[in-house]
Ligand binder design. Sequence first.
Ligand SMILES: Nc1ncnc2c1ncn2[C@@H]1O[C@H](COP(=O)(O)OP(=O)(O)O)[C@@H](O)[C@H]1O
Ligand SMILES: [Mg+2]
Length: 347
Amino acid sequence: MNKDLILKVENLEIAFKNKNEIINIIRGIDLKVKKGQIVGIVGESGSGKSVTIKSLLNLNGSNAISSANKLQLKEVNLNSLNKKTWSQIRGKRISYIPQDPMTSLNPTRKIKKQLLDTLEKNRKDLKTKKERMKLIIETLNSFGIRNVEKVINQYPHTFSGGMKQRIVVASAVMCKPDLIVADEPTTALDTVVQASVLNLFQQIKEKYDVSIIFISHDIGVIAKLCDFIYVMYAGKILEKGNIKDIFTDPRHPYTWALLSSIPENSKSKDLYAIPGTPPDMRFLSSGCPFAKRNDYAVELDFIKEPPLFHIKNEHYAATWLLHPKAPKVKMPKITTDKIKIFKGVFK
Ligand SMILES: Nc1ncnc2c1ncn2[C@@H]1O[C@H](COP(=O)(O)OP(=O)(O)O)[C@@H](O)[C@H]1O
Ligand SMILES: [Mg+2]
């Protein structure tokens, strides 16, 4: 694998077996994460974002049927791991930050004990408790946590949601993984706290040169943080590109709709909402899964699922509108208005 690449996923497919039924959820996706990159995965709820990244940690549970042509983390072929070797990857090589910090924190142990345990397991290079304590205090300090000595002697329930999430993020960073996967880590927080946790991710990126996959249903959040973006819908990637491609030259009508739904400010009243709802994965029709909700769908979109068409460099979109013989359409004004604003930002 190219040495700048941290993660390479090719043709990932995941289905779930429930009773006598098999439901295909992830339907052949590719992902790449480069060193130091923050990669965003965005899409409405139910599009398969969590299932996708849980497959990088083997966390999808026993009813999941998963396959990939390639699932490579640096030199490690994740496809070939067994139960025991997975436990050496989680935390040490890939850290997982869930939406609810209490999934990661143990309510019955003081923060200090938990962080020391985590480091003992995942940082064998730190030989003594003293070394581990030093790292804990330095990291929490650098995360803007005040009274660190006091804080670490408390139990998790004494903290606000934002503070708990800071501690979970600090714990992930201290383990020096190759990759951090954060699944909607700010979704449960209120707007002000959300902004401060996002800042923290920005800081981590600058200071630690770690690679991050950041998942959100909110493209506004993704905009603030990510270098490269995957737009996901019904278990497929509908568009991918670097942040400038996605925000100033989006090609898929689904991406147009997501961008249109970003509020201009927190007081905006008439927010655009995408009409309809995502499809039921049990009854997926043969065409583009977004066709029914898409004002710009061409006839073929209802019949045959479009491939990812190459636009330029690393920018791709899966819409028949990109076929050379497709009718030329103009995106809606609400989207061109948004793009004008983004173009100003990216100048
Ligand atoms: N263990 C499971 N068994 C069956 N279906 C599941 C399971 N986990 C997730 N799904 C289904 O997979 C789809 C994608 O879920 P998810 O990845 O959680 O979406 P997102 O994170 O994008 O909101 C949903 O339709 C969900 O119902
Ligand atoms: Mg999710």
